[in-house]
Design a protein around this ligand. Structure first.
Ligand code: PEP
Ligand code: MG
Length: 327
């Protein structure tokens, strides 16, 4: 099977009836970028910039951040890279940070990601400058994690624009284009899509955090690991509810959580109208293989039928469909 997946490297993920699915990878370290060529993925849909902070014993200086971002962009070449600003706190605490958020009772729901970033804005400003300078002469795609209300996105974008103006005044070379996006992983944001969508260029559903918040079930608690399924009416209806508004607003929609890296789950997402996935590199081969055996129109119709009836065993129903379709 490995050989079969390797053979898919040069082959586009297109369904039997001609729907091209964009399959990108999640990455976080310089070496992850090699997975682009190894898998033939369409780009990096999620670059988790906090990894550099997590593997470092001290706060990485701007020059070090900038060097990493430039190396990643160089290696990606024409393929797009989405840099997510630091998502620290929660399960990713930085020991060298003052007022470390690690001591919280509910760190996943605590002072993390953009919440910390907007308040400790020195960190964000340095990162913004590093990203803007690294992407000089190219497109910069920047995405904010854990956006819970539309105004948080405004503040984060304003912070970036202020840094861009600062660099402009100093005559520095800037990106040709800056595209802004947000993670949709806190359910509250779904109720502000009308406010948010006109402001940004792309939106990425983070199914890891979304699942824990939607079900109120800690993603790190093994007792709960089997209890709620990604293939459930709630998660799938949630994702389905975002597809049409994003399309109407001309906002690029991606799913970047682990869910999209599993063939049956990815099939369900594609059936909801998702056309872009960003997944763990090892999943690219299996997902491409699934896409190429899929009939897009059939899975869309099947998902509409199943979403309306809300079967308790959604997974079972989808497995039957997949088997009948020889996927
Ligand atoms: C997510 O929450 O789904 C996600 C992609 O981000 P992370 O796993 O880094 O929280
Ligand atoms: Mg997340």
């Amino acid at each position: 099977r490995r050989a079969a997946y390797a053979a898919l490297r040069e082959v586009a993920p297109e369904t039997r009836d001609g729907k091209r699915i964009t399959v990108m990878v999640n990455a976080g370290l310089r070496d992850d970028v090699a997975s682009l060529d190894l898998t033939g993925a369409d780009g990096i849909g999620l670059f988790r910039t906090e990894f550099q902070f997590l593997v470092s014993a001290t706060l990485p200086a701007r020059e070090r951040q900038q060097r990493l971002y430039r190396e990643v962009l160089d290696a990606a070449g024409d393929r797009p890279v989405v840099f997510r600003t630091i998502d620290i706190g929660g399960d990713k605490a930085l020991p060298y940070l003052k007022d470390n958020p690690a001591d919280e009772e509910n760190p996943a729901m605590g002072w993390r990601a953009l919440r910390l970033g907007l308040e400790r804005d020195g960190l964000m400003k340095v990162q913004a400058r590093a990203l803007l300078e690294a992407a000089a002469g190219r497109t910069l795609n920047v995405m904010f994690p854990m956006v819970s209300e539309a105004w948080e996105f405004d503040e984060a974008r304003d912070l970036f624009e202020a840094q861009r103006d600062w660099l402009t005044r100093r005559g520095r070379r800037l990106p040709n284009e800056i595209r802004y996006g947000a993670m949709l992983e806190v359910p509250s944001l779904a109720y502000q899509l009308d406010l948010l969508l006109p402001k940004l260029q792309f939106l990425s559903v983070g199914t890891n955090d979304l699942t824990q918040f939607l079900f109120a079930a800690d993603r790190a608690n093994p007792k709960l690991a089997e209890r709620y399924d990604w293939l459930s009416t709630s998660i799938l209806r949630f994702v389905a509810s975002v597809v049409a508004p994003a399309r109407a607003a001309g906002v690029t929609l991606t799913v970047c959580g682990e869910m999209g890296g599993r063939p049956l789950e990815a099939m369900a997402l594609i059936g909801l109208g998702i056309e872009r996935l960003s997944i763990t590199p090892a999943a690219v081969g299996p997902i491409k293989a699934m896409v190429r055996s899929l009939d897009h129109a059939a899975v869309v119709a099947e998902m509409q039928r199943l979403l309306a009836s809300g079967p308790r065993d959604f997974r079972g129903a989808l497995s039957e469909f997949a088997a009948a379709q020889r996927i």
